[in-house]
Design a protein around this ligand. Structure first.
Ligand code: CYC
Length: 520
């Protein structure tokens, strides 16, 4: 079997944004509970504002060019910026709430020619808002720009920069509509945080802020008579601007004691977008309810379910000890691991190498990350059984670095920590609730496969070139060792025979076929 680029999983994809329903449900699901009243009423507010949110998105979408145009005209001088706006090939067909359509072609032409700079709206708020500036009628006026702001000269700025600027402005607006529909600002946070630094390479960040503020004013102009919508639009623009102003976050480095696994980087956006996982730590001053919640979190981590509810079988003496502070959370976890319940659930039904993988999940919150690591812990469990394995994991440097004495171990998946490639699919599988239903070990076989030589890379397939002399050898000998992989159609046997005839190899270099698996 070959190793796939995905490392054995095609379905694990990072989700880079949240919506109100998704984030609420994922919180409740992580804690095995029904939605609470507060959450239900938040969802209810979200759903009842649904039509309004769609309407807002629709109005902003229909008027996107006008809004962008107004911002562009504010920050650029000496040309017609809108000529640089790239349009998608497909015209948008939306059920319009604002109900306006514009004559596209002619307008675009005139803008290109520079004859039209401002676009007149068919019935929206843009032009109105302009009028109101001059009439002083309580409408929306442009916000004053910062003193350091200088308008950008179109000719000097260059076509490419202009295109990017116009593109960016319409992207900002588009992402704003996504966030409004999702009811969650996550998609803005993930995409806008850190942009300032990139954009400032080309021009001042002040210009972007002026443009964003101008888009805010233009957008609000469409909702003059609708205070609720106005508030929603305004709130999301505030988030957008604040995220843009915020400093670029640094990537997170992974800490590991061993040199080869140290320093993998997790981009901050993955961290921001990750589902929010509460961490639980047992501290002396907490209330009884809080302590119970923490103990439950420990059960969920070690037994994958709340055992008090699922089996009415609490390990009550341990539970009261940890609640009283007689033993630390770390000790509690260790003893849960050595309990007969754990033994029955996660040790006895499995061969040692699978029990080891599950124990990694329960006590370190991750899957094994290298062949060496598996081998080390495999020999521990083979000689000392479950108790030794639990001790080794709980006493590891990594355990104390991440969880210390007080914190309940947690799953360190995507968004919590940088993930490795070599165990990617297996690790995603291991985090599934269904992991204990799988009896066969996954990691060790995968790591072993990685250590085989590269598979047959002959351009025409070496099966078509049995003597390997006609098409030339294009790979250095050491990377091309076709007979090292398991013979798919028996052609290896033929090749070995042929080679032997040619006196190229002897018996001694025919490598072992499969990596030897540890036998429990
Ligand atoms: C560049 N603007 C970029 C880049 C990104 C974005 C990722 C770097 C990649 C590239 O050059 O294409 C923007 N990415 C976004 C946005 C979203 C996203 C908006 C959605 C949230 O996912 N940009 C502005 C101003 C204007 C501007 C109006 C300056 C006044 O918003 C210009 N953006 C601008 C320029 C570059 C750029 C000139 C090229 C920078 C460079 O080449 O160094």
């Amino acid at each position: 079997m070959s190793v796939k680029a995905s490392g054995g999983s095609s379905v694990a994809r990072p989700q880079l944004y949240q919506t109100v329903p998704v984030s609420t449900i994922s919180q409740a699901e992580q804690q095995d509970r029904f939605l609470e009243r507060g959450e239900l009423s938040e969802l209810s507010r979200y759903f009842s504002s649904g039509n309004k949110r769609l309407e807002i998105a629709s109005v902003l979408t229909n008027n996107a060019d006008l809004i962008v145009s107004r911002a562009a005209n504010r920050i650029f001088v000496g040309g017609s910026p809108m000529a640089f706006l790239e349009k998608p090939a497909e015209p948008l067909q939306l059920a319009t709430a604002g109900g306006m359509s514009r004559g596209g072609g002619d307008l675009k032409e005139s803008m290109k020619l520079g004859t039209v700079t401002y676009v007149e709206s068919g019935g929206g708020g843009f032009f109105d808002s302009f009028k109101s500036i001059f009439s002083g009628g309580g409408g929306v006026a442009s916000v004053p720009a910062p003193v350091s702001f200088r308008p950008i000269n179109v000719a000097r700025y260059g076509a490419q920069n202009m295109q990017k600027s116009l593109r960016d402005m319409s992207w900002f607006l588009r992402y704003l509509t996504y966030a409004i529909v999702a009811g969650d600002s996550n998609i803005l946070v993930v995409n806008v945080r850190g942009l300032r630094e990139i954009i400032e390479r080309a021009c001042s960040g002040d210009a972007t802020i002026v443009a964003l503020e101008e888009m805010r004013v233009a957008s609000l102009g469409y909702f003059k008579n609708d205070p609720d919508s106005k508030e929603i639009v305004n709130d999301y623009f505030t988030i957008l601007v604040n995220e843009f102003k915020a400093p670029t976050p640094s990537t997170k480095l992974r800490q590991r004691p061993s040199g080869d696994q140290q320093g993998l980087q997790l981009p901050q956006s993955y961290f921001n977008a990750a589902e929010n996982r509460p961490k639980y730590a047992m501290k002396p001053g907490l209330s009884a309810t809080e302590k119970t919640a923490i103990v439950k979190a420990a059960y969920r981590q070690v037994f994958e379910r709340d055992i008090t509810r699922a089996y009415s079988q609490s390990i009550s003496y341990l539970e009261s000890q940890v609640k009283n502070g007689d033993i630390s959370m770390k000790e509690f976890i260790r003893r849960l691991g050595k309990s007969s319940l754990y033994q029955k659930q996660f040790f006895e039904p499995f061969i040692n190498s699978r029990a080891l993988e599950l124990a990694f999940r329960h006590f370190l919150g991750r899957g094994p990350s290298s062949r060496e690591e598996v081998q080390t812990y495999f020999s521990i469990v083979s000689t000392g059984g479950l108790a030794a394995l639990v001790d080794a994991l709980v006493d590891s440097q990594e355990y104390s670095d991440y969880f210390g004495e007080e914190t309940v171990p947690y799953i360190r998946g995507l968004g919590v920590e940088a993930q490795e490639c070599r165990n990617w699919g297996q690790q995603q599988d291991l985090f599934n609730y269904s992991a204990p239903f799988r009896k066969v070990p996954q990691f060790i076989t995968t790591f072993a496969r990685y250590e085989q030589p590269l598979p047959d890379q002959h351009v025409y397939g070496s099966g078509n070139d049995p003597l390997e002399i006609q098409f030339g050898a294009i790979f250095p000998k050491e990377t091309k060792n076709p007979s090292a992989s398991p013979a798919p159609f028996g052609k290896d046997t033929r090749r070995i025979l042929i080679r032997r005839v040619r006196g190229l190899i002897t018996n001694s270099v025919i490598p072992a076929r499969e990596p030897r698996l540890p036998v429990p």
